[in-house]
Design a protein. Structure first.
Length: 83
């Protein structure tokens, strides 16, 4: 069994500690976008048809909070590659 690393919180604890402004949907605290990795994951999940998130809304929030450091992923980037 892996031991927890000192000084590193589990991701669930880390997400609970984030302010509401670190989420694409602050009221429901869905799609954390505080890091580039989480922002890319939020875009990928929101691009799925089975999720409640809107791709355009999540992308807009990421661009506002991360200064466009994350490029588009999901449906739109896949569509660009097919052309």
């Amino acid at each position: 069994m892996a031991r927890p690393r000192p000084g590193v919180a589990s991701s669930a604890k880390g997400v609970k500690r984030l302010p509401d402004s670190a989420f694409a949907y602050p009221k429901t605290r869905e799609y954390p976008i505080n890091t580039a990795k989480r922002a890319r994951a939020a875009l990928a999940y929101s691009a799925r048809s089975t999720t409640s998130g809107s791709y355009s809304h999540v992308l807009k929030r990421i661009k506002a909070s991360r200064n466009s450091a994350v490029r588009a992923v999901g449906k739109r980037s896949a569509a660009r590659g097919k052309r």
